[in-house]
Design a protein around this ligand. Structure first.
Ligand code: AMP
Length: 142
């Protein structure tokens, strides 16, 4: 898919925002939503998305992007404080060739531990009870 895509209001994250699809919610305000990645690459893999419609880095409005990155920092701090990883990787993909699979912009927060390799991107599905427990742990540190 090209980098110049029209926003699809039926994409999976739009459905999470509307409540049509459930998620393990970590944080929500009027402009931002954060939830556990259902196919985590590491324990605590969290996604932060804007409520505004935007496919990627190129079509998000600057003000929405500013809010998104500030809230990503906030949620990343909570992930760090809840799980004490050795490092935290922030990822954001634009276009299929870059690894993007969902065309609603998002930042990945990936806690990382020494000697623990990351699982495959969008690999195995996690248990929803485990995701909800992690979300609660992270939420408690916000
Ligand atoms: P990207 O490849 O950067 O577009 O990332 C999309 C991410 O969304 C992947 O890490 C997927 O594991 C994750 N994902 C896909 N569907 C869901 C879902 N229903 N709930 C939570 N995360 C999802």
């Amino acid at each position: 898919m090209s980098l110049l895509v029209d926003y699809d209001s039926q994409n999976i994250f739009a459905k999470i925002l509307s409540g049509a699809i459930p998620s393990a919610k970590v944080y929500e305000d009027d402009r931002t939503f954060a939830f556990m990645d259902a196919f985590p690459q590491s324990k605590g893999h969290t996604l932060v998305i804007p409520k505004a419609d935007a496919c990627n880095l190129f079509d998000i409005a600057p003000g929405d992007l500013q809010t998104l990155i500030v809230q990503t920092q906030r949620v990343a701090r909570a992930v760090r404080d809840a799980l004490s990883p050795d490092g935290v990787r922030i990822m954001q993909f634009n276009g299929e060739a870059a690894g993007q699979t969902v065309y609603h912009i998002h930042f990945h927060i990936l806690p990382m531990w020494d000697d623990q390799p990351l699982a495959r991107h969008a690999g195995g599905m996690a248990d929803i009870n485990e995701l909800n427990a992690l979300a609660a742990q992270i939420r408690a540190k916000l």
